[in-house]
Each structure stands twice: as structure tokens, then as C-alpha cells.
Design a protein around this ligand. Structure first.
Ligand SMILES: *Cc1c(COP(=O)(O)O)cnc(C)c1O
Length: 393
């Protein structure tokens, strides 16, 4: 198991150019997150992006990602510069033809962002919305596909990071395939930790460097079916976010089309080697489940309630109902926790006061246990009581 790292490594250089304070806390966020010191150290080397050494790094990264996705021949891995949103935009813009129609299954902000993305690029788009704590119903997807023959593609978010809910991608994929349509998956906060069935068919799945694979932020990647991508020339509305062009160029030259984030890619390869040394996806999932269990058990001991039922809670990020008390203020809670070495995330719900705590990153359950102690301390100091829930055991 990876040891928790609480102290980001500091390069020794002229103190005059460094910020006055450097962070010293565990990131309990959905990414960027706490990374291993070896991963950060791998970012301290300068690479020539055109050089054979770096091309070998790119090739190994892509090969490892295909293996993690558990896809054999017929699938390509295409990396793309930018944050996760860039690769989502590249996937939608490249794979949905200009005269296609996208149905987005949305129960949170990232589903909604895909809708906004498709709309902005002028694609026909429809939404099948469920409440933020309700997964999409595969039967409802089947009904919508039967009723609307214009829909060519369906997009789903595997773990909707807005709440931490796990959406049933395998079941949705079956319905989409039975209806003869194509599936696009935003697996940003799940890839590398949460599995999909080997039989699950998708045209593309996307994720980024700084989530469950525990790399630094800076690029995303798509695992794409080659026969789906092959027919996508000219689809993309954007020059830089054209997955097809990036794929062709990479095949021809072994290079990224435009400047790659070289340091981040090299660090990501290190992160992937650590991933393998840990035991691959099953080990990563097991550690995140242990982290999540330590967190949820601790919250319940304090009388705090997670938003989601255990069956639909992914072990990625937990949404927690805010404590009660006239003095409750997220920024005060945040500051109190930060002073004790933990950085959390604000809630993103419209209808309930919540905060979020991530369980991913190069940390183990003991970090979450220490977090619960810190939270208990802050609640007491700020005169906050847990929200009373008579159904809590
Ligand atoms: C993090 C995330 C993204 C991408 O967000 P960026 O801020 O652009 O990196 C997209 N979808 C999901 C589900 C995510 O968790």
C-alpha cells in the first residue's frame, strides 16, 4: 500500500521566487489530489517532446491505459492536452457526427456539462434527467431510444462526482447496444478504480491524469473503438480538440499534435507504474473502498449523515449533510479543517446544504480516520451539532 504523503515536495531554489506559504495538507478532493512523492519527483525532468525518449513514454502510457481499460485489439488510446473537460469535449465533438443527436443521462453537474458542451458545438442534444441521488433507469433509456429514432449516441457519467453516485453503465450499455446506438462514457472519477464488465460495449470512454490514477493534472485520454473513430474525419468543431486528427498524427509520428505537458506525462507514467506495483485496478478499488468505509463509519459515529444510500455510493467522494447550528458556515468549517491539515470540497447540490469529502489519492484509511478526528474537533470548537436523524442506528 502506498504510504500517505502529507508534505508536497519542495524544489530547492531561490526562495525569493517561491510563494510565501506552501501547502501542507491532505487533499480530500476529487482531483487534483494527494499524489505519491515518486510521481511528483518524476515531473522534475525536462523532456524534448519530439524526442524518441518521450515518444516511448507516450507509447508506454497508452499501452498501460489500454490494459487498464481491459480492451484488446480494435481499441486505441488517444491522449489530449487539457483538463478532463477538454477530453470530454473532444470525445463528443469528434464522435457525434454533425447531423447526429446525443442523449445525455444526467444526474449532476458533469452530465449537465456534457449537455452544455454538445449544445455549444451545435449538436442536437436531449437530456434524460434524474434527481441527484437517483441513478438513470435503463428501462427509461430504452423507452427514450425507442421513441426517438434521431438519437445516435448516448452519454453517461460512470461516477457523477457532484454527489459521488455510481451510475449503472453496464446496464445502460446493454440497452444502448440492443437499440443499435453508440455509447460514450465519462469515467473521469472512476477509471482505474471502478470496473466495467468485459462485455460492456462503448465507442469511447474518457478520463484524466489527475483522478483515480493519481497523476498530476494536465491531460486527459480516450479509449476509443478504432472502427468508430476511423469514420470521424471532419466531425470535430475544433482544431485542437479533434480526437481523430490527434490519433492519426500519433500513429504517424508517435508524437502529440501540439505541445504535450511533458512533465505531467512523465509523472503519469510513474503513477501508472506505482498503480501496477500496488496490484492494479482491484487493489486501487480495495484501497478506495477501505478509505470510504473509514470515512463513512467515522461520519456516522459523529452523527453526520451521508447523502447517498450505501448501494449507490461510489468509493470516490462522499457528500455529507451539513451539521446543524446557527453558526454553520462552510468556509469556517473549511478553514478549521485546513488548519488541521485537511482540505475538503464544498457541496454542489441545489436543494440541500452539504459538503464533500474525497476518498481518492495516494492516501490510506488512516488518513480518513485522522480526518474524522479533526472534524470532531472542529465541530466541537464551532458549537455545531450533527443533524439529527432518527433513522440512524
Ligand atoms: C473531474 C471530472 C471532469 C473534468 O473536470 P475538469 O475540472 O475539467 O478536470 C469531468 N467529469 C467528471 C465526472 C469529473 O469528475
Amino acid at each position: 500500500m502506498t504510504t500517505p504523503m502529507t508534505t508536497p515536495m519542495m524544489p530547492s531554489t531561490d526562495p525569493a521566487v517561491l510563494p510565501e506559504t506552501t501547502p501542507d495538507y491532505v487533499l480530500l478532493t476529487p482531483g487534483p489530489l494527494t499524489t505519491a512523492p515518486q510521481t511528483r519527483a518524476a515531473a522534475t525532468v525536462d523532456w524534448g517532446s519530439w524526442d524518441g525518449d518521450f515518444r516511448a513514454v507516450t507509447r508506454e502510457v497508452c499501452d498501460r491505459l489500454l490494459a487498464i481499460a481491459d480492451r484488446g485489439p480494435g481499441y486505441a488510446c488517444v491522449p489530449m492536452q487539457g483538463s478532463g473537460t477538454f477530453i470530454v469535449e473532444a470525445m463528443v465533438g469528434t464522435l457525434v457526427p454533425r447531423d447526429g443527436k446525443l442523449l445525455v443521462l444526467s444526474n449532476g453537474a458533469y452530465g449537465d456539462r456534457m449537455v452544455a458542451t454538445a449544445r455549444r458545438m451545435g449538436r442536437a442534444v436531449d437530456v434524460l434527467r434524474t434527481d441527484e441521488d437517483v441513478p438513470p433507469d435503463p428501462q427509461a433509456v430504452a423507452d427514450r431510444l425507442r421513441d426517438d429514432a434521431a438519437i445516435t449516441h448516448v452519454a453517461v457519467v460512470q461516477c457523477e462526482t457532484t454527489t459521488g453516485i455510481l451510475n449503472p453503465v453496464d446496464a445502460v450499455a446493454q440497452v444502448v447496444q440492443a437499440a443499435g446506438r453508440r455509447l460514450l462514457v465519462d469515467a473521469m472519477s472512476a477509471f482505474g478504480a471502478l470496473p466495467l464488465a468485459a462485455a460492456t460495449r462503448y465507442d469511447a470512454i474518457v478520463a484524466s491524469s489527475n483522478k483515480c490514477l493519481e497523476g498530476l493534472p494536465g491531460f486527459g485520454f480516450a479509449v476509443v473503438r478504432e472502427d468508430a473513430l476511423r469514420v470521424c474525419e471532419g466531425n470535430a468543431h475544433s482544431l485542437s480538440l479533434d480526437l481523430y486528427d490527434q490519433w492519426l498524427y500519433l500513429q504517424r509520428t508517435g508524437q502529440w499534435r501540439f505541445t504535450p505537458p511533458t512533465h505531467v506525462v512523465a509523472a503519469f507514467l510513474q503513477a501508472l507504474r506505482l498503480f501496477e506495483a500496488e496490484g492494479g485496478r482491484p487493489a486501487r478499488e480495495a484501497r478506495y473502498r477501505a478509505n470510504c468505509a473509514a470515512l463513512v463509519d467515522g461520519l456516522r459515529r459523529l452523527g453526520l449523515q451521508p447523502l447517498l444510500a450505501a448501494e449507490i455510493q461510489a468509493p470516490i467522494i462522499v457528500t455529507v449533510h451539513a451539521p446543524v447550528g446557527p453558526g454553520y458556515d462552510f468556509s469556517a468549517l473549511y478553514a478549521g479543517l485546513k488548519a488541521r491539515g485537511f482540505v475538503i470540497y464544498p457541496g454542489k447540490l441545489t436543494r440541500a446544504e452539504t459538503f464533500r469529502v474525497g476518498c481518492i489519492g495516494a492516501i490510506g484509511p488512516e488518513a480518513l480516520e485522522r480526518f474524522v478526528d479533526a472534524l470532531a474537533d472542529v465541530l466541537q470548537q464551532q458549537g455545531l451539532a450533527p443533524r439529527h436523524d432518527p433513522s440512524a442506528a
